[in-house]
Design a protein around this ligand. Sequence first.
Ligand code: FES
Length: 176
Amino acid sequence: MAYNPPYFSEERLVQVRKIVAQFPEGRQKSALIRVLHMAQEDFGGHLTAEVMDYVADLLAISPIEVYEVATFYTMFNLKPVGKYMLEVCHTGPCMLRGADKTIAYLQQKLGIKVNETTEDGFFTLKSAECLGACGYAPMMQCGEHYYENLTEEKIDTLLDAWREQPIPPKAWEKID
Ligand code: FES
């Protein structure tokens, strides 16, 4: 093979094998989303072509099958992202409760547009489809956490708190 991807650790490979074993013979593609999450977590928060090819090899499926999934779902990043990735829901209920204003406020506070990353590499701003917290709109996801009933004050508090973290966690790591 012409590519030279990073490789999963032995520990990670054990996890991958366990997941694949949950599916019938020949259905290892069913493990793809979970393995892509692992790859994104282990290889820097985004999926390069090399990493996607590696995952395809690992699951014995074609690279195009991996690209189709990785490019379809917004939770997979195809280019580097900031340490904190803010995903603001922009679907109906959130829009009715001011998600457009939330996005505009974040753009203004961070000095970036949606799909951009701040110059210091701290924040990436994205808009997302319904994240399943419609009753608490407007909301956003950052890492594994949901932040709901957003107001400008709440956003200010969150941004200040995140900026003060001495060693900011990566966007794909758990944030308290
Ligand atoms: S519409 Fe925003 S979480 Fe569902």
